[in-house]
Design a protein around this ligand. Structure first.
Ligand SMILES: [Fe+2]
Length: 319
């Protein structure tokens, strides 16, 4: 069978395949591409928006349903959940929202101020491998200092999105500096996070953030789905079709706001990180997952590996 026929057969099932690429690929590369594209198609058809793996996606989907079931049975839904919440609605529609600073959040940030400048951004405590980024992960015993950031309003929004309680998986402070050497890899390229669909990231702006000062770039949910449909697989191999949407200034959203702004986003919408062109940019990031428990748990990554299974969230004793 000629390559032409093969490429047409493959193309019918998996979308356009360039015969030139077929000619230049050896059979193992072709097989790898086919497997990747098939996995992608199944993931997309099932409605998942990341390539973290079917097993992981299905197990987290079931875990989330379980959390909803437990919370509703306990009667939490009647007490705590708001069926109509404009922020939750915006999140479901766009995949993100920005919330203006409130006195509660500003007060909580003010309390952390001293620690941020002396300890969290001390080079000796930096866990990032990049010279122009400092990361400080909050320890278990420090979580109480973060609780004030999770105001009743934020709690209500997350519960409204999830329809159940939630837990904090990771909490860290990130300081980004200006740099001329923006890496052409990792978070600095357009990508979806390959974590389960039910993970949400919450950014608290510790400094002002704008287009020139480290604002995350995003595409909304519809554009992101469109790019998945067009076959976005990998941040390092972007087709022309996808590229034209990615670079369309009318479609790019900049997560900007003053100190105290809360930016909540679904990391399965297309996004990328950009270092500030002036000064530095500080944010506190909370990564949250659904939870069946009444109390707010903190299960940092060094204790609980969420990349493997949601069972780690259910049965961990860390708090
Ligand atoms: Fe990301």
């Amino acid at each position: 069978m000629s390559n032409n026929i093969i490429s047409r057969l493959i193309g019918r099932f998996l979308g356009p395949v360039n015969p030139k690429h077929l000619n230049s690929q050896d059979s193992s590369q072709l097989f790898y591409t086919l497997v990747e594209k098939t996995k992608f198609k199944i993931t997309f058809i099932l409605g998942f928006r990341n390539l973290g793996g079917l097993k992981k996606n299905i197990s987290y989907y079931l875990y989330h349903k379980f959390c909803i079931f437990i919370c509703k049975r306990r009667g939490d839904s009647r007490i705590n959940y708001v069926s109509k919440n404009k922020y939750a609605d915006a999140f479901k529609l766009n995949g993100f929202f920005l919330k203006n600073p409130t006195p509660n959040v500003i007060d909580a940030l003010d309390l952390l101020n001293g620690k941020i400048s002396t300890e969290m951004c001390a080079p000796s405590n930096n866990t990032s491998s990049f010279k122009f980024v400092y990361n400080y992960y909050f320890k278990n015993e420090e979580f109480d200092t973060l609780r004030a950031l999770i105001t009743d309003e934020i709690t209500e929004i997350v519960r409204s999105i999830y329809q159940c309680n939630f837990l904090v998986h990771n909490a860290y402070l990130e300081r980004q500096f200006t740099t001329k050497d923006i890496p052409k890899r990792s978070s600095w390229l357009w990508h979806f996070d390959d974590i389960a669909d039910c993970q949400i990231k919450i950014f608290y702006f510790v400094t002002d953030v704008d287009k020139d000062r480290g604002a995350t770039r995003l595409h909304n949910l519809d554009n992101s789905k469109e790019m998945m449909k067009l076959g976005f697989l990998d941040r390092y191999k972007i087709s022309n079709n996808v590229e034209s949407i990615l670079t369309d200034e009318n479609k790019i959203y900049y997560a900007e706001g003053e100190r105290g702004t809360v930016f909540m986003f679904d990391p399965k919408v297309m996004h990328k990180s950009v270092n500030p062109e002036r000064s530095y940019r500080d944010i506190i990031v909370l990564e949250v997952f659904p939870s069946p428990y009444e109390e707010l748990k903190y299960l940092p990554d060094n204790n609980v590996d969420t990349w493997k299974s949601p069972l780690n969230l259910l049965f961990s004793k860390h708090q």
